[in-house]
Design a protein around this ligand. Structure first.
Ligand code: IMP
Ligand code: MG
Length: 215
């Protein structure tokens, strides 16, 4: 019997095949148990996130009805957010991804945004909605918006983030759609990583400072 974790419940993990369900849930639970030691506290459970995505999906559906919409997801952090949100947007849309990085290890943006691919998605005359996991300093989204506007001729560019940190940003950048506002803390889970770890935690939580000091 797996031990109980405050704030996390085994039933939060859903699996629809009853034959594999029990085993899979236990394996997953132990995986979570190992990673959860590094989490100081949970901010948003999966169910809370999905409920908020119901609202965001409905809002985006209303706002973009009748428009040529291209979603550009910023990888890797937005991968779970993208998958769960887009299944709630009831519109024909195109999906592209951009891989960029600004952390280069650690917990603070270097301010240098590196694009992994040289060409941008084809969005001439289309409405672009950029999806990212988190708006922190604003460097990443600022750099992507600037490149799109100067090189790709979109009709409009808007920004949708799962999380927005409450802080003074290095770049004057605002999001049009926000899942949740959080404090200026380093968070992991539901796509967000620290040194490429913790992305598959099914919740968003604050990383324990001792993990960062341990590095
Ligand atoms: P920004 O350019 O500083 O706004 O940060 C953008 C990127 O930094 C995000 O897409 C994330 O990948 C990463 N990031 C910022 N804050 C956090 C955090 O608290 N946890 C994990 N990644 C973060
Ligand atoms: Mg990251």
């Amino acid at each position: 019997m797996a031990p109980a974790i405050p704030g996390y419940c085994l039933e939060n993990f859903t699996c629809f095949d009853p034959a594999i369900c029990k085993k899979q849930r236990l394996v997953f639970h132990f995986l979570i148990l190992i990673m959860i030691q590094d989490v100081e506290r949970i901010l948003f459970h999966e169910q809370t996130i999905l409920r908020r995505l119901d609202e965001l999906g409905a809002q985006i559906t209303r706002d973009y009805e009748g428009k040529d919409l291209t979603i550009i997801a910023v990888l890797n952090g937005s991968i779970f957010f993208m998958a769960d949100l887009l299944r709630r947007v009831q519109l024909p849309l195109r999906l592209d991804c951009l891989s960029v990085s600004s952390y280069h290890g650690g917990t603070a943006s270097t301010g240098i945004v590196t694009f992994d691919q040289t060409s941008l998605p084809e969005v001439n005359g289309r409405h672009v909605l950029l999806l990212d996991d988190i708006l922190d300093t604003g460097h990443t989204l600022h750099a992507i918006c600037a490149r799109l506007r100067s090189e790709a001729n979109p009709s409009s560019v808007r920004i949708c983030v799962l999380l927005r940190k409450d802080k003074v940003r290095a770049k004057n950048m605002e999001a049009d759609y926000v899942g949740f506002d959080i404090g200026d803390e380093f968070v992991v889970g539901y796509g967000l990583d620290y040194l490429e770890k913790y992305r598959n935690l099914p919740f968003v939580g604050v990383l324990h400072p001792s993990v960062i000091e341990r590095k």
